[in-house]
Write a protein that binds this ligand. Structure first.
Ligand SMILES: [Fe+2]
Length: 249
């Protein structure tokens, strides 16, 4: 498999490019609208054709480029069936894997961060979205989030994958790239080392996180598969503008 991990720095989102070497088809997991130029360039450089985009959930901190990529490349939009997005072409369900060339993508319904959240297993990797982050997890206080549901998604689903499975999260805010199921099971300070549900609840309740600054624009934009609002306050325009690329990319 051809594989790239691509960082969008405004929301610290990781986009994953998966490519089938035999057919030249590619999938982008959680692509971000302001990084679309970079993603199209990487696809071009690798000689890949974008078959579909795949979002783990309705994001609150950035807007997906699924719709824009469909316009520009003809790619199909895949999203969790749970979210019933009329703009999606492929409605992903657990137990009904996607096949793109030689890529076998198995969805796992992992609610808790949002109710429709999915993780995706591809070979020895799991793309955990915001359900499981490196040494952390997504918040559970918006978008039908549910602390107990997230605890069970992680401990009963993700932590039952093979220990050596590589964990690729949707975000990292401190430059970490990859972990493993064994490492998170042993060391994740919120959910690892046998934390109980009550302990997890207490940790999440104590976070007292601020209101997400882009959520009121991102959620409706993502329910439309990636529509940028026509008017954005100046301090939020970076979420929809083009990402500056270094010459080396
Ligand atoms: Fe999220």
């Amino acid at each position: 498999m051809i594989f790239r991990q691509l960082l969008e720095p405004v929301s610290s989102t990781y986009t994953y490019l998966l490519g089938c070497a035999e057919t030249g088809q590619a999938v982008l997991i959680d692509p971000v609208v302001n990084a679309i130029g970079r993603d199209l360039r990487v696809l071009r450089e690798l000689g890949l054709r974008l078959a579909c985009t795949l979002d783990t959930h309705i994001h609150a901190d950035h807007i997906t480029s699924a719709l824009e990529l469909k316009k520009r490349t003809g790619s199909r939009i895949a999203a969790p069936a749970f979210d019933r997005l009329p703009c999606a072409d492929v409605h992903v369900e657990e137990g009904r894997p996607l096949q793109v060339g030689s890529l076998h993508i198995a969805g796992l319904h992992t609610p808790g961060h949002t109710d429709g959240h999915f993780a995706f297993i591809v070979g020895e990797r799991v793309f955990t979205g915001d359900a499981l982050l490196i040494d952390g997890c997504g918040r559970t206080d918006f978008q039908n989030g549910n602390t107990e549901a997230l605890y069970h998604s992680v401990t009963r689903k993700l932590f039952t994958l093979a220990d050596e499975t590589l964990v690729y999260p949707a975000h990292d805010y401190t430059g970490r790239h990859v972990s493993s199921i064994a490492q998170e099971k042993a060391r994740n300070p919120r959910l690892g080392a046998g934390r109980t549900l009550d302990e997890f609840r207490a940790i999440m309740d104590a976070l007292k996180l601020p209101y997400p600054k882009f959520i009121d624009y991102a959620v409706p934009g993502n329910r439309s598969c990636g529509a940028c609002p026509t008017e954005l306050p100046e301090e939020l325009q970076k979420y929809c503008g083009q990402m500056a690329e270094s010459p080396q990319g």
